[in-house]
Design a binder for this molecule. Sequence first.
Ligand code: NAG
Ligand code: NAG
Ligand code: NAG
Ligand code: NAG
Ligand code: NAG
Ligand code: CU
Length: 578
Amino acid sequence: MMAKLVLAVLVLIVGLAAGNRSPPAVTDKTLRRIAHSLKKYIEPLPIVPKIYGYSTQDGHPKSISLTIGMFHKKWKFHRDLPATTLFVYGASREAATFPGPTIEALQGVPLNVTWENHLPEKHILPWDPTVPVAIAKHGGVPAVVHLHGGVHEPQSDGSAFAWYTADFRDKGPKSTQATYHYPNVQHPGNLWYHDHALGLTRANLLAGLIGTYVIRNPLAEAPFGLPTGDEYDRQLVLDDRSFYEDGSLYMNYTGNNPTIHPQWQPEYFGEVIVVNGKAWPYLAVQRRRYRFRILNSSNARYFNLSLSNGLSFTVIGSDVSYLRKPVTASWILLAPAEIFDVVVDFSESKTSTVRLTNSAPYPFPTGDPVSTLSSKVMKFVVSPKKTKDDSRIPVSLMANYPAADEKEGTVRRYIVLYEYQSATGGPTHLYINGKRLEDPATETPKQGSTEVWEVINLTGDNHPLHLHLSTFQAVRVRELVNLEAFKACMTRKNDAVKCNVKAHATGQLKAVPEYEKTWKNIVKIEPGYMTTIVVKFKLIDRDARYPFDATAEPGYVYHCHILDHEDNAMIRPLLLKH
Ligand SMILES: *[C@@H]1O[C@H](CO)[C@@H](O)[C@H](O)[C@H]1NC(C)=O
Ligand SMILES: *[C@@H]1O[C@H](CO)[C@@H](O)[C@H](O)[C@H]1NC(C)=O
Ligand SMILES: *[C@@H]1O[C@H](CO)[C@@H](O)[C@H](O)[C@H]1NC(C)=O
Ligand SMILES: *[C@@H]1O[C@H](CO)[C@@H](O)[C@H](O)[C@H]1NC(C)=O
Ligand SMILES: CC(=O)N[C@H]1CO[C@H](CO)[C@@H](O)[C@@H]1O
Ligand SMILES: [Cu+2]
């Protein structure tokens, strides 16, 4: 009783300190009832607005500067839900959307973006002061933008410590500038921008701070003959959210271990599947090919996507890179923050509707099976008449990209993922290599080099590993044998070599899916396995060094992209050296 009272008071104090309204009482059942009450497939899928990151005034593409703000704004997720306040990106408050505008850049044409923080005094969601977190002394919401998949100098990387509030009233220890330089020197592909403020990433993204970014190279891409134009080449930004009756976003105000972390929960799962800012939308399509750039921007939900009625995906790219050649897949497993670039040919549909469905358990891979709610994603309504279609699926794509070659690696590192639990077994925090973000950098690759990272998962979850700046791909996924003995040794010594990792990394091999055999920004790390990734700290299409000083302060980071893990604190510095 006393403990409960103390807890309630603690939660109240923390809630007040964090400037939050007290949470309306709500149960999972209520959240599910609200989700069930929304009529499925009646909201049309919005086209994500576009902002060009270059000008073509006199025929030649020219470098420009953009100003993009973070605003609070009412957003309606569904006809049957009242509008609610979100944090969103846009050129102005009027233009701001969820997800934010797609920035279209050209390879080789640099772009400057000034990211302005116009967020209000108080957050719309709860946050936890006991994880390493940005705290604004003078009110306001700390924010900083990271371009995920971007190859750019460290000063423009959106370090978790480089946050700032509205009018720069408060700023983090590594904040220098609000204008970021994106040189766009890298090969064409799909990127996204999102918030990266210390300890607030899960809340800021849930609140709406996400947007997509495409780098094009018309000369290299036009010969592929893929579907083009706003109508046939589209973004599908997937995420999951739960809502209160009044339409506002739900996030649990009570931690799973409230005496340790009053708010932090190991994984956020929402009952409602949202695509391009609308709950369970539909898209009317013609009987022809469409290109979809599918981004999973959920906090923690994996999606195992498939199409009904026998249609399949032709996968042409994964994250920031085209594949060497297209791969047909009947399902694709999308981790948080992972992107797949696919073509779907609706002329093959024998029916007038096609559903995009999800079957990934949550947490992935050993959690609950999907519900009738989260198995639905969106619906395509296929027009009856066949349409003229000039697009095609090419035989090969970026065949000149180098294959991943482990022998090129000059350094081999062991990267171990740990989860720590309370006496009652609830996760309390997660670390990489048993170290905090604030501990000195141990991963210090040479710029221009290739390394081999052996990533060992000692937790029960699949973790999407993300490295800033570099691109990488998995070459081997091997089961660890005598896992418990290895884990016990690692828990004591935290040293893979001393714990004789070679003797344990002898189990079954799992194939790397064909559609992931390219240079990626996210690799899914299977629990109980050692995943070998080849990491390139250079430009892959030209085998060239970065044309900027990648060794500058404040450096980069690498982390798990389950946002709730990243915030507490599955994240480490990545400092490049000359
Ligand atoms: C972008 O910023 C860089 C560095 O400050 C500057 O040299 C360049 O002129 C800017 N470009 C534009 C188009 O303003
Ligand atoms: C919020 O978290 C607490 C603690 O883990 C849990 O008991 C409660 O059921 C959660 N609420 C909902 C609606 O899931
Ligand atoms: C989306 O990404 C989140 C985390 O970034 C991940 O947990 C989730 O499984 C992903 N969902 C899909 C469908 O890929
Ligand atoms: C994804 O779902 C398909 C069935 O739709 C299933 O065959 C496949 O094994 C699933 N993939 C994973 C990784 O769970
Ligand atoms: C799914 C799976 O194999 N998870 C394992 C990940 O590793 C931990 C500890 O090493 C195991 O306990 C999990 O079962
Ligand atoms: Cu994780």
